[in-house]
Write a protein that binds this ligand. Structure first.
Ligand SMILES: Nc1ncnc2c1ncn2[C@@H]1O[C@H](COP(=O)(O)OP(=O)(O)OP(=O)(O)O)[C@@H](O)[C@H]1O
Ligand SMILES: [Mg+2]
Length: 288
């Protein structure tokens, strides 16, 4: 596990740049490793407005294959807004405008002939609060495969449900109650169910917005293990307010501040030797 060290004179000397504050009219040049080879998702010059108010400023950031990217930053800095760009959930918010390029495997997702339904099957999302449908455990998982036409005969659907629940580490706890309401599960089980529901449609990217914030440490540890396993197959972006969680689960970390992407780095490096004063202030708990 990575130790998050307190601020020290030594680390202050190591800043390569000294960005100490941001206001929305500053032009902030992101420092660090925001681009990767052969990205799964690539965002270039992404800006988001809600009406007249700008929430994200010129974000350049790739999501790598088989990578967990942690998104961190103070409340209101734009983490959720950024995640919502990647599966076009911002389309559903009136007055929200997204500019810039967002490509998955090189294909622009905001292109006029891009298909939103197929995009959402490629890019799954898990929210802060588990949100099972008021249906049985089985029907929660089968829902996506049914609407995306992924399932054929009943046996095949049974297999999809079983395999998604196994991958989410929930099968053993629920295999004898698949046809009971999902709302009868504990919070941690419900969150693993939501992850199983997201992976049942075979997505390529999974977006997680503070998936453990409502869970106890044991349930959190299970989800973190699961995230590590899922990385073998998927690209994952996770928003977290826990520095320790970011350090445990991610390979790269992106630090957002007031709508700007201030710094992106290999997670170990970012927590031990951040390049911006703003990043250090946040990760050492001086604000945020
Ligand atoms: N639907 C919306 N309409 C108007 N403004 C919004 C909307 N959603 C977010 N915003 C604004 O955009 C900015 C970024 O919000 P966002 O929810 O992305 O922040 P966040 O980093 O996810 O914060 P938190 O850690 O509290 O979840 C904030 O100023 C917020 O008030
Ligand atoms: Mg948020």
């Amino acid at each position: 596990m990575i130790e998050i060290s307190p601020p020290s004179k030594k680390s202050e000397k190591n800043f390569t740049t000294r960005l100490e504050s941001v206001d929305e009219f500053d032009r902030v040049e992101t420092v660090g490793e925001m681009f990767v080879d052969r990205p799964k998702v690539s965002c270039l010059g992404v800006s988001v407005h809600y009406g007249d108010k700008q929430a994200l400023f010129n974000i350049n950031l790739d999501l790598g294959r088989n990578e967990v990217l942690a998104l961190i930053g103070p409340s209101g800095c734009g983490k959720t807004t950024f995640l919502r760009c990647i599966n076009r959930m911002n389309d559903t918010i009136e007055g929200c405008r997204v500019d810039g390029e967002i490509k998955i495997e090189g294909a622009e997702i905001n292109h006029s002939d891009a298909d939103v339904v197929s995009l959402r099957s490629k890019v799954g999302m898990v929210f802060q609060k588990p949100n099972p449908f008021p249906k049985s455990i089985f029907d929660n998982i089968a829902y996506g495969p049914r609407i995306h036409g992924l399932s054929g005969p009943k046996n095949e659907l049974d297999d999809i449900v079983e395999s998604a629940l196994k991958r989410a580490g929930l099968w053993e706890e629920v295999s004898d109650r698949l046809h009971t309401p999902a709302t009868g599960l504990s919070g941690g089980q419900q969150q693993r169910l939501c992850i199983a529901r997201a992976i049942a449609v075979n997505p390529e990217v999974i977006l997680m917005d503070e998936p453990c914030s409502a869970l106890d440490p044991i349930a959190t540890a299970r989800i973190e293990e699961l995230i590590d396993d899922l990385r073998e197959k998927f690209t994952i972006a996770i928003v977290t307010h826990s520095m320790h969680q970011a350090a445990r689960v991610s390979q790269r970390t992106a630090y957002f501040h007031m709508g700007h992407l201030v710094e992106v780095g290999v997670t170990d490096q970012m927590f031990t030797n951040p390049r911006q004063r703003l990043t250090e202030d946040y990760i050492t708990g001086r604000f945020g």
